[in-house]
Write a protein that binds this ligand. Sequence first.
Ligand code: AMP
Length: 573
Amino acid sequence: MKYQKLAQLYEKISSTTKRLEKTDILSEFLKNLDEEEENLLYLLLGNIYPQYDERKIGISNQLAVKAIARATGNTPEKVTKEWKKLGDLGLVAEKLTSSKKQSTLANQIITIKKVLENLRKLPELEGKGTVDKKISLITELLTSMSPIESKYLIRTLIGDLRIGIQESTIRDALVKAFFPKTENAKKIIQLAIDKSNDLKNILKLCKTKNIKNLKNISLKIGKPIKAMLAQKVETIKEGFEAVGKPCAIEYKYDGFRLIIHKQGKKIFLFTRRLENVTKQFPEIKESIEKYVKGNSFILDAEAVGFDSKTKEYKEFQSISQRIKRKYNIEELQKKLPVELNIFDILFYNGKPILDKSLRQRIKILKQIITDKPYKIIKAKQIITDDEKTATQFYKQALQANQEGVMMKNLDAPYRPGRRVGQMVKVKPDERDYDLVITGAEYGTGKRSGVLSSFILSCRHNGKYIEVGKMSTGIKERSQLSKKGDQEVTYEKMTELLKPLIIEEKARTVKIKPKIIVTIHYQEIQISPNYESGFALRFPRFISLRPEKPLSEITTLEEIKKDFKNQKRNYQYG
Ligand code: AMP
C-alpha cells in the first residue's frame, strides 16, 4: 500500500473531533487490509513494532529539523524559524515540501513497507556517524513524499501524530469491523490487547471472525503484559464495600512494580511501562532463582528500597534511579538495595492462571516462595472481614513507612491493564498526584537559561489537560547535598525536557507529554484559567516517575472526585 493512502486516512481522521466518526472511518479502513498491510496497525499509534517491543523511533526534534532542511533544500535555521511560527514540525515539513515540489519533478512512490523499513533501521544505528545515517534514512523518504505524507512522516518520527487516536479507538474500530453483533466483543478484544500488547496480532485474530481465537489468546514468557491496576477508596469501610467480605488486605508498598517472568533458566523483569529492566536488578534475578520454585511462572510484585545499615524501608524516590541506570550497577546495588515483595502470580508451570481466583493464586504463591527478608518475600497480607483488624493492619503498614493498604476480592481473576474495582487502594489523604509536564517557562536571574516553572496536566479521554503550574520542590544547584545525584535540580529538569520541546514562544515552551512527576498540592480550586476547569494550589515537586506510563497518571475524573470530597471535608469538619 502507498504511504499516501495512510496519510489520507490520517487526514480524514483528524478532520473530525468526534470519536464515533473517527472509529467509523478507521473501522472501514481496517476491514480491507491484506496481510502485508497489517503492519500499519503499529504506525497508527506512532510505533514501528508491537507496544511491548522496546525499539522505539526516538528521533529528537533537532534531528527532524535537520532532515527537513536537507530534504527541502533549506537551512536548519530557516526550518527552525518556520517551526516557531507554525508550532508544529509536521506543518513545517508540509509547507516546505509543497514549495519545493513546484520546482522538482522526481517523485517516486513511497510504500508503507518502505517507510517501515527505513524507520526500523533508526533504533538499530549506533556509534560514529549515527546522526548522519539517521538523517539520510529520513531524507530518502522525505524527498519523494508529497506535502501531506511529509507532514505525517515527521509527526510520526517525533512521536506526535496529532490525529486523536488511542488504543481504545482502534479497539472499538475492530469491534465494529469484525464483531458488530457479538456480545461482549469490546471486553474480549480489550483483554486480548492487554495480554498480547500487539495490535497487529489482534487484527489477524479479528480477521478470522471467530471470537474464540481472541478469548484463547495466551500469555507468553518474555513478552511483557500490562499490570492490573487499582481504584482508590477513602476508607477501609469503603474498601470492604467495593471488594466484599472477607478480603485479602496487603501492605501497599512504596516502591515500583515489577512483573517477573521465568522460563527454565531465563528470567525477565519488566516495569509497568513494559520496559525490560532485567539487567538493572541482578540481585532480584538471583533471588528468584534461589527462592522461588517452579519451572516457569509470571509473578507480580513491588520492589522496595531499604537502608542497608538500618534496614529501614525507604520511599520510592530514593531508589528510582536504579530503574534507569545501566552502568555501575553493582555499586548502585550496594548503595540502594531493594527487597522484592510478591503479591500475585499469573502464569505457572506452562499455563496462564489469570482466570483462577485470587484465593487460588495466593495458595500457589505460598507453595513456591521461600521468604528471605530483604531479598524476596510474599507481600504482608491478612485475610479478614473485620473492620477493626483491617484498620489495625492499615496503621501497621503506615508505621512501616509504606503507603497504605490494598484490599483485594478473593474470588476475582487477574485482569491485566485494567483499573478494576476488585482491587482497591486505601491511603491517607495525602494530596499527591502523578501528572505529566506539558509546558514550561524559562527563568530569570539566577535561573536564567533553565526551565523554572512547569505546566502540569492530567489525563482526560486520552488527552492531557492543564491543571496547574509548579515551581517549588525542585532544588537549586547550590542546594545540592551529599546525596546530590539523587536530587532533582532545575538543570536536570531542563536537560530532561529540552529535547521534548514542541513549540517555543518567548520564554514559554510547549512540551511533549512524557515526563511524569509526583506532586503534592494543598488544595483543588475551580479555575477558568485551565482547560480542566481546576487549578491545584501550591503544587510542589516530589519525584520523577520514570516507571509510570502515561496511561496511568491522575485523571480528571479523580481530580473531580477529590474536589467533591474536599468540599465534603470542609463542610463536615
Ligand atoms: P497507584 O500507583 O497509587 O495507582 O497504586 C497501585 C500501585 O501500588 C501498583 O501499581 C503497585 O506498583 C503498587 N503496590 C504496592 N503494593 C501492592 C500490593 N500489595 N498489591 C498491588 N499493588 C501494590
